[in-house]
Design a protein around this ligand. Structure first.
Ligand code: CO8
Length: 258
């Protein structure tokens, strides 16, 4: 499918989505978000795809929601139409794992979009921030919540109140990103990681993702019980038997996703 603001391609079992509005530093205008939602739907429905990588350009993952598009909107418009759209949330709701490969600016809605992904691999030039306060608004796609969970109250509060931008080193130190890689290796590294995940048992991968995400929604006891039941459920799968048999037989497992 051809898109105007993104590129979507299959790399073996990995679905690669590249935000592609270079002149606007990948500002997340509504048509781009609609296309992103459509591309995610296609990869979610494609049984050959086991993991998705979301990336931008070397200069910007995304410099935020499109300020020019938002500037003329008023309260009754955004409230009545419940801006943000469901397509924004599709990244967070995707059942297949989504890795953000972030180079350059991930600001405002761009930082929020990266944080909706399951984890972030950062290039050494990555910059993260929630500068909405400097243009008279606040994060609206989960920034105050996900950033706080990722880096703790002190840094999240300072960033949301001042718009201070965090570099890649600080982002790694603070737990916002899983690791930093040289800019030139970012995509290769993210695709390699995604490929490893895509070759595992897909129902088990989905259960692991759901279980980790449960940690943000429940008490510890409820989360542990959710995990226990998901763990039990893996014993209903042929893939679980295959994985353990392969280990005992000193061979690579051949998962069938069932
Ligand atoms: N929206 C629209 N256009 C943008 C955006 C943006 N967020 N960011 C950059 N651009 C455009 C610029 O206007 C410029 O266009 P033009 O060439 O036509 O003038 C082009 O991209 C290049 O940008 P700069 O010339 O500014 O490039 P610099 O390298 O000098 O600076 C910066 C890069 C620092 C990233 C700078 O562009 C900047 O500060 N951008 C805005 C960052 C920002 O404030 N982001 C937050 C936006 S608000 C938001 O995301 C709210 C999210 C709410 C939830 C979402 C609900 C839908």
């Amino acid at each position: 499918m051809a898109y105007e603001h993104i590129l979507a391609e299959k790399k073996g079992r990995v679905g690669l989505i590249t935000l592609n509005r270079p002149k606007a530093l990948n500002a997340l205008c509504t048509p781009l978000i609609d296309e992103l939602g459509a591309a995610l739907d296609v990869f979610e429905a494609d049984s050959e795809i086991g993991c998705i990588v979301l990336t931008g350009s070397e200069k910007a993952f995304a410099a935020g929601a499109d300020i020019k598009e938002m500037s003329e909107r008023d309260f009754i418009d955004v409230y009545s139409n419940d801006f943000i759209t469901d397509d924004w949330e599709k990244v967070a709701k995707c059942r297949k794992p989504v890795i953000a490969a972030v180079a350059g600016y991930a600001l405002g809605g761009g930082c929020e979009m990266a944080m909706m992904c399951d984890f972030i691999i950062a290039a050494d030039n990555a910059k993260f921030g929630q500068p909405e306060i400097t243009i008279g608004t606040i994060p609206g796609a989960g920034g105050t919540q996900r950033l706080t969970r990722a880096v703790g109250k002190a840094k999240a509060m300072e960033m949301c109140l001042t718009g201070r931008i965090m570099d890649a080193e600080e982002a790694e130190r603070s737990g916002l990103v899983t690791r930093i890689v040289p800019l030139d290796n970012l995509l290769e590294n993210a695709l390699e990681t995604a490929d490893k995940i895509a070759k595992l048992s897909q129902p088990v991968v989905m259960m692991a993702k759901e279980s980790v995400n449960k940690a943000f929604e429940t008490t510890l006891a409820e989360g542990v019980m959710f995990e226990r039941r998901a763990f039990h459920t893996t014993f209903a799968l042929e893939d679980r038997k295959e994985g353990m048999s392969a280990f005992a037989e000193k061979r690579q497992p051949n998962f069938q996703n069932k």
